[in-house]
Design a protein around this ligand. Structure first.
Ligand code: SF4
Ligand code: SF4
Length: 314
């Protein structure tokens, strides 16, 4: 497994990062024990970087995978939260420490930032992250974003160490600019010393048919230090690791069709429409509908926002 310095964080991370969203309740719904076995296989094979979020509800899966793992001290867990107040961020950090069973969190990020405007709105939470870093409770702080402006805005803040941007070979899901503009923003951030963790390399599953080309596209980018690939089976783990180790005879993981399902008890409240970062949903005739199938990257954010549990990735 190839490892890279994650910008100027002092953290060494595997080029393949285990994306924990896919195994959790917003997507495949593996139990913590089942999910821990999938992640543990990745750790045993040399992956030392795990990307999660409060929203993903996979802290328990990760805690169990780390339990008794010999290389536990070298595992870099990145998590994120939507907190925007000081109090909210204190609670998020505490939940992560308890949930993950860690004494300190390697990377803590603000989830889904769009621009300098949203960063200003989250400033109290950011200040808590910086204080937590000073006292050793977290080691690095950052943001995740689907937006070109989000990358540029975070680049301008010296205290932000890590940026997790959405980038892939077709540009699916990128907001506020083209794939090239996102790459330029990433290069700018990387030149300033930010660690770059690419997300959605397979466009939430849309690019599975061109799996190897989509991975090669990002692997060739020196500015991208690690690539988060969502994994939910041991087979997928082994295929991805072999590919990242340079084996080009690996067959692509079996393509599993994913759908966004809206149950009939949807009340048409529109919360999911607001939550979708990609404009893929609308309420039509009193019910949520996918209006732009190509823009849906199966992130599951709509499902997490639904008060009726009526929309989910299946
Ligand atoms: S949030 Fe849930 S109930 Fe509201 S429109 Fe979306 S799917 Fe329907
Ligand atoms: S429709 Fe839901 S799963 Fe698809 S991009 Fe929007 S929030 Fe994510």
């Amino acid at each position: 497994m190839e490892y890279r310095e994650l910008g100027q964080t002092g953290l060494q991370v595997s080029r393949l990062c285990f994306g924990a969203l896919t195994m959790g309740p917003l997507q495949r719904g593996l139990s913590p024990l089942e999910g821990s076995k999938v992640l543990r296989r990745a750790l045993d094979l040399g992956v030392n970087f795990v990307d999660t979020a409060e929203l993903y509800q996979t802290y328990e899966h990760i805690r169990l995978a780390l339990q008794g793992f010999e290389g536990r001290q070298t595992v870099v867990v990145a998590t994120k939260s939507y907190a925007f107040t000081r109090e909210g961020m204190y609670e998020s950090i505490e939940r992560a420490l308890q949930g993950l069973g860690l004494e300190s969190i390697p990377i803590f990020m603000l989830h889904e930032q769009e621009s300098s405007h949203t960063l200003r709105g989250h400033w109290p939470a950011l200040e808590v992250l910086w204080e937590a870093k000073k006292s050793g409770i977290i080691q690095a702080c950052g943001i995740s974003t689907h937006h070109v402006q989000g990358v540029l805005a975070a680049s301008a803040i010296p205290e932000i160490d890590v940026i997790s941007p959405l980038i892939n070979s077709t540009g699916i899901g990128i907001q506020g600019g083209s794939r090239e503009q996102m790459l330029q923003a990433i290069a700018h951030a990387s030149a300033l010393g930010k660690g770059i963790l690419a997300m959605k390399p397979l466009g939430g599953g849309h690019l599975l048919a061109t799996w190897s080309a989509a991975l090669d596209y990002l692997l060739a980018k020196a500015d991208i230090h690690s690539i988060a690939v969502g994994m939910k089976t041991i087979e997928e783990v082994e295929h991805n690791i072999a590919y990242f180790q340079g084996r080009r005879d690996v067959p692509k993981p079996p393509v599993t069709t994913r759908l966004l399902h809206v149950d009939e008890w949807c009340i048409g409240c529109g919360a999911c429409v607001e939550a979708c970062p990609n404009g893929a949903l609308q309420v039509l005739e009193g019910r949520a509908r996918v209006v732009s199938r190509e823009q849906c990257v199966f992130c599951g954010y709509c499902g997490a926002s639904c008060p009726e549990f009526a929309i989910k990735v299946i």
